[in-house]
Design a protein around this ligand. Sequence first.
Ligand code: NAD
Length: 300
Amino acid sequence: MALRTASRALRQLSRQANGIPSGAMRARPSTRGYATPTMGQQNRTAIVTGSSRGIGKAIALRLAQDGYDLCINDIPANKSGADEVVKHVQGMGRRAFPYMADVSNLKEVEDMVQASVSELGPLNTMVANAGIAQVKALLDLTEQDLKRMFEVNVYGVFNCYSSAAKQMIKQGNGGKLLGAASIVAFKPFALLSHYSASKWAVRGMTQAFAMEMAEHKITVNAYAPGIVGTAMWDLIDEELGKKKGAKKGDTIKKYSSELIALGRTSVPEDVSSTVSFLCSPDSDYMTGQTIVIDGGIIFT
Ligand code: NAD
């Protein structure tokens, strides 16, 4: 008896330590149904931000293969890329439409969520993938550099998580929120300091959203790619090369051979297959996690 009381007190303490309201934890696991299993695998819808190219495009194509209908978002400058992704998805037999919006603007993100619901139906999944990078020494950073990095990478993820969550709560069937973090959310890269700090913020916000959204049956997770050969790394490679006197292409080659245990640069599909899992019912019992997919750079 005394043993049972002590173990109940211990459980209570651990809930409090994790910041989980005792009421939320009292619900038995069997009372929690997530949107994906109850609605089945068919007719799910997702918004993927920054999906005209790179990792976002690979995620959109993989989710289409998984049976999702899609809102393909990017900035107006990348509209033609977004249109091509839409055509590709439609060719796979799924519904898709392009929506140009800047994720750093809350109103534009709210309008995008509403457009997705009108065009495709209830929103099941938001993938806040859009992001920017900049290579610059800490002491050269301007106020504007720091501001823009956080506007896109941090406010952008907040705008996507919060607008999608409000819609999902209205629908009453739960849902899934995903954000793009990075290995630099675990250990910063020199000369990518404000980018690294923005990705730490994504990881922190993902944990905080997971706590507050659990009672609405919404799970919140982030993915943390390593060195992926996209336009973003072309820029990082070129800028780091300029600073260190290396030729174009040499920095990414050096980093890949010296840092990655599996010995090759990542491709977007390495990331999209993990995101597919995080968007599927198979991950329904995961929330607040940031999953590293880097071929073995950071060991968590
Ligand atoms: P990318 O530059 O190829 O693609 C990013 C896309 O986001 C672009 O199409 C861009 O136009 C869009 N975008 C930028 N700002 C936007 C805004 N304000 N609103 C809407 N769209 C916007 O980059 P990627 O390599 O495909 O990266 C995708 C995500 O993964 C990013 O968040 C990035 O930080 C993260 N990531 C990438 C790597 C890598 O090695 N490439 C590693 C770790 C994390």
